[in-house]
Design a binder for this molecule. Structure first.
Ligand SMILES: [Zn+2]
Length: 542
């Protein structure tokens, strides 16, 4: 009995000691991603912010806490950001007939029939077909769609969103015939009549004749997508282009505390979005951040919409498409500079990239730290690389595109132009940073595929064996920076997120398995994902 007061004293002193915080994480390998690449063991968190990161003993002795997590020696990183993804398109894709991975056009048709009968819908909207998986590279036409669906509209969007196959019923409803012309788009003809294939801006012609998903359906789908992202440790997305009505949708999701990830939403150029920017300037509401415009200079390589300096190697009559006029791109750049907005321009072909660079040159002359981005920067004339450095142009790249496109990229552009394609290391050397994303739903959200593609230059099946253009490989550290601190820079958020240090948001992921890269694909998942000190995903609670 006489020992009790001493024990009590010890107990009390251990309760009383130290500074009070909400949570301590310890026994972790904390990759702070600071400039020195410091790895620490423990972290104290209060009110959603990091109070201190340091050695195990130091943190455990200095603080008292309500909750602690023993991370079992696992890797802990700042929460990942997907610097280029499309939440709205992905949500719509999940509500549509899923055509991703169809191995033949017949399989596409079967999936459409299932969709139409299951949902007993009076339309078929499908997404995700890719003719390069069908054993021939010919783009499809609509004869069979017309047979199966003579009386309801059908619109099947290609995996990259830059081509759509529609049936005659929808063509007729939209008033499209062999004589219809559209700037920045193509209505593909076969035997003098529309084949049903629409390229780039031509897709807009049918859009308003299709039924819309409700805001409720889209919101619910976005929350499902968020669960998928959190499972991978993704705590932020740069949404690459939204319409005005989606601002309200995101505001509601954020206001209701349903959307917890950091959302950096780029606005598509429209009258309503310009007036939003004029009225609000850089805009922040909780975790929603809006201060950029997304502009399409050209289309995609897969559907031969990317704008090239010389014709396609497999279509000698075609240079691709300019989707937005040069005058308009220039005037948007001016608007962005005047309203302290960032401009993020989609540039796939070498001609599109050269054009954007020359417009960004003027931006650089007006404002050195403009952070204007080129989304994709996919095929660059080797003579143009230095201009990324000269005009401080931020490259935003998606390594999984390289390993998806490697099957057919050479046939589109030939060996010579391939030297400046998917050149992530070369781009990194210019600007010193890369924003890295996936372009979901064009690719999967899985960041471990991005790591594998960037470091090993291989797809999930570990092809090609020696890597695609392997001299352009990034290191694991570089790709992790591209998904953390550099992505934060790319959205003007480097003071709040992207590294783990005192004063920043306590937003991070602890991975289930050690994070590494290897010649064979390494799947991994989050063990716990934490946003501003709140556990938003835990694998053991499933
Ligand atoms: Zn995109």
């Amino acid at each position: 009995m006489k020992h009790l007061p001493l024990l009590l004293l010890l107990f009390l002193s251990s309760c009383m000691k130290g500074i009070k915080v909400d949570m301590v994480i310890h026994n972790a390998r904390i990759h702070t991603m600071d400039d020195l690449n410091t790895v620490e063991e423990a972290m104290a968190i209060r009110d959603g912010k990091i109070i201190e990161v340091g050695p195990e003993r130091q943190i455990l002795n200095k603080y008292r806490y309500d909750e602690s997590i023993d991370a079992q020696g696992k890797d802990l990183y700042p929460g990942l950001t997907d610097a280029h993804g499309h939440l709205i398109s992905y949500a719509e894709q999940r509500l549509s007939a899923d055509l991703v991975g169809s191995k033949s056009f017949e399989e596409v048709l079967v999936r459409c029939e299932k969709y139409a009968s299951r949902k007993s819908k009076k339309f078929v909207i499908g997404r995700g077909w890719d003719q390069s998986l069908w054993g021939n590279s010919t783009l499809p036409s609509n004869e069979k769609l017309n047979e199966l669906f003579p009386t309801i509209p059908v619109c099947l969007v290609r995996i990259d969103g830059h081509a759509a196959l529609v049936n005659d019923y929808l063509l007729k409803k939209a008033g499209i015939d062999a004589n219809t012309k559209i700037e920045g788009g193509e209505i593909v003809l076969s035997n003098g009549k529309p084949s049903g294939l629409l390229i780039d801006n031509a897709i807009n012609l049918v859009q308003k004749h299709l039924p819309k998903f409700t805001q409720k359906e889209i919101s619910e789908s976005i929350i499902e997508i968020q669960n998928e992202l959190l499972m991978y440790g993704i705590t932020g997305v740069h949404e690459a282009g939204i319409e005005n009505k989606h601002i309200e949708l995101f505001k509601k999701l954020v206001g209701d505390n349903k959307l917890k990830i950091n959302l950096y939403a780029m606005l598509l150029p429209s009258k309503e979005n310009f007036s939003f920017a004029r009225k609000n300037g850089p805009y922040r509401y909780k975790n929603l951040h809006i201060r950029s415009f997304k502009v399409y200079a050209d289309g995609a390589l897969g559907s031969r919409g990317a704008l090239l300096k010389k014709p396609y190697s497999d279509a000698h009559h075609s240079h691709g498409l300019l989707l937005t006029s040069i005058a308009e791109i220039k005037s948007i750049a001016d608007f962005c500079l005047n309203h302290n907005y960032q401009m993020n321009t989609h540039g796939i072909g070498d001609s599109a990239n050269a054009l954007i660079l020359s417009i960004y040159k003027n931006a650089f002359e007006r404002k050195k730290d403009h952070r204007f981005r080129i989304e994709h920067a996919q095929v660059v004339d080797p003579l143009d690389f230095a201009r990324f450095a000269e005009y401080a142009v931020f490259p935003s790249v998606q390594p999984t595109h390289a390993v998806s496109d490697q099957r057919w990229a050479e046939s589109r552009i030939g060996k010579e132009r391939l030297k400046g394609a998917y050149a992530y290391k070369t781009l990194l050397k210019q600007y010193g940073m890369l924003a890295i994303g996936t372009d979901f739903p064009v690719e999967l959200t899985n960041p471990f595929l991005t790591i594998h593609a960037a470091v090993e230059r291989k797809n999930a099946s570990n092809e090609p064996m020696n890597g695609f253009l392997p001299s352009e490989a990034l290191s694991l550290e570089e790709v992790m920076r591209g998904m953390t601190i550099w992505a934060a820079f790319a959205s003007f958020d480097e003071n709040r997120i992207g590294t783990l240090k005192k004063g920043k948001d306590a937003t991070f992921v602890i991975f289930e398995n050690p994070l590494r890269s290897a010649p064979n694909f390494q799947q991994n998942f989050s063990w716990k994902t934490i946003i501003k000190g709140e556990i938003v995903y835990a694998s053991d609670e499933l």
